[in-house]
Design a protein around this ligand. Structure first.
Ligand SMILES: CCCCCCCC/C=C\CCCCCCCC(=O)SCCNC(=O)CCNC(=O)[C@H](O)C(C)(C)COP(=O)(O)OP(=O)(O)OC[C@H]1O[C@@H](n2cnc3c(N)ncnc32)[C@H](O)[C@@H]1OP(=O)(O)O
Length: 261
């Protein structure tokens, strides 16, 4: 089990993550956790095991700026070398599914040392990745992430849907924080494996108009034992207008931390 989960997280750790998801994780996989206190069956999501739907791909709601930036980074995911097949480029797109781990079946609920149930089958069957829980294209978070391991950078292209309104006509600060956490958190996971956000410090400099597309760029500041420090800027798509700045601290965690151990 530990090895299986290790493989999952190892796959996520590398920028080869999307390939690992496709190549290694797609066959239906069921792994079992046994500790003195915890017994649960973890099945990789059906989204991973049968036909995974990747939501970080163009759809009919994407505006011209979203598409332009997507194509800009996508074109750098593969490079043409004369007389040879296309090779991996400096950037890599991260896929985004609508859920992560699925716990099954009801009889195998994960019981905490306290005796509490970790996650009921009913809750888990309805669980959705927060940024992917609205199915109407363009209504909320439309985004795609690219990582560049060599430069230790990650970019998020984010089109802000009408359901994200905070101040009239502008994006809610919590929605901006969500996207910052997603970009910096995914970046930290690519660099360091499984992590959780310990600290997120945000300065909102200028309001973002609803419907606009923005660029979220994160870069690694430093790594110190379990700590990964990342900073991030949200700008207009040409980089000139600064909307938001943030710094974030992520702590590497063990799988048992997620299971309440
Ligand atoms: C996650 C799995 C990834 C793989 C999954 C694959 C699928 C991916 C799918 C989609 C990706 C989308 C990506 C989204 C990303 C979103 C991420 C989130 O939103 S996470 C939710 C919000 N965060 C929490 O709920 C944390 C709650 N807090 C905790 O659990 C603990 O406090 C934790 C783990 C953060 C630290 O607890 P300790 O017990 O492990 O560590 P201690 O001993 O407290 O601290 C260690 C060191 O860190 C410093 N530290 C801890 N917290 C700090 C803080 N807030 N500020 C500064 N330093 C802090 C301490 O001072 C200590 O430093 P000294 O070693 O002594 O130098």
């Amino acid at each position: 089990m530990a090895r299986s989960l290790g493989r999952l997280f190892k796959g996520f750790q590398s920028p080869a993550f999307p390939k690992a998801m496709g190549a290694e994780l797609c066959p239906a996989t069921c792994v079992s956790v046994r500790t003195p206190f915890v017994r649960t069956i973890l099945a990789l999501p059906s989204a991973f095991s049968s036909k995974p739907q990747d939501f970080s791909l163009p759809n009919s709601s994407w505006g011209p700026e979203m598409l332009r930036l997507y194509n800009h980074y996508k074109s750098q995911c593969e490079v043409e070398v004369e007389g040879e097949e296309k090779q991996e480029g400096p950037w890599q797109r991260l896929p985004s599914y609508n859920r992560s781990l699925k716990f099954t079946p009801a009889a195998d609920l994960c019981v905490l040392p306290s005796g509490g149930v970790y996650l009921s089958k009913t809750i888990q069957s309805k669980a959705r990745l927060f940024t992917r829980n609205i199915t109407d294209p363009g209504a909320a978070f439309e985004y795609v992430l690219f990582v560049n391991k060599e430069k230790q950078k990650c970019v998020g292209i984010f089109q802000t849907g009408h359901l994200l309104e905070g101040p009239p006509g502008h994006v809610h600060g919590g929605a901006i924080a969500t996207m910052i956490d997603t970009v910096t958190g995914s970046h930290a996971t690519v660099l360091s494996g499984p992590v959780m956000t310990a600290n997120l410090n945000i300065n909102y400099r200028s309001p973002i108009q609803l419907g606009h597309t923005v660029l979220i760029e994160s870069s690694l500041d430093k790594m110190e034992s379990r700590k990964t420090f990342i900073s991030c800027k949200v700008t207009g798509t040409d980089g000139s207008k600064l909307y938001t700045e943030a710094t974030a601290l992520f702590l590497s965690i063990s799988v048992s931390h997620l299971l309440g151990g």
